[in-house]
Design a protein. Structure first.
Length: 94
């Protein structure tokens, strides 16, 4: 019989994120059964820094929204290579 691990709580997720990314997190909170984390990311050394808001509910996929810059800056007329299309709401997927 297969055994499944119990998912960790949102409070545990918050503690783990604070431990692993202490210098990247601008704000993190858990309320109404949802974890919200605003953090800074830089996909490659050549790319610019992005601020994203990650929202997560147990049993759902994380939702990530680009906070800053509002629009992706083109490099030599091209989108950066770390973009993966657009989300359902029209935002860029990093």
């Amino acid at each position: 019989m297969a055994r499944f691990n119990k998912p960790i709580t949102l409070a545990q997720q918050e503690i783990n994120l604070r431990k692993v990314y202490p210098n990247l997190i601008d704000k993190i909170s858990v309320s109404r059964n949802e974890l919200s984390c605003v953090m800074r990311l830089q996909p490659t050394a050549e790319s610019r820094e992005y601020k994203v808001n990650i929202r997560f509910k147990i049993g759902s996929w994380p939702k990530v929204k680009l906070v800053d810059p509002k629009e992706i800056v083109l490099v030599d007329g091209k989108k950066p290579h770390h973009l993966y299309g657009r989300s359902v709401d029209g935002g860029e997927r990093l």
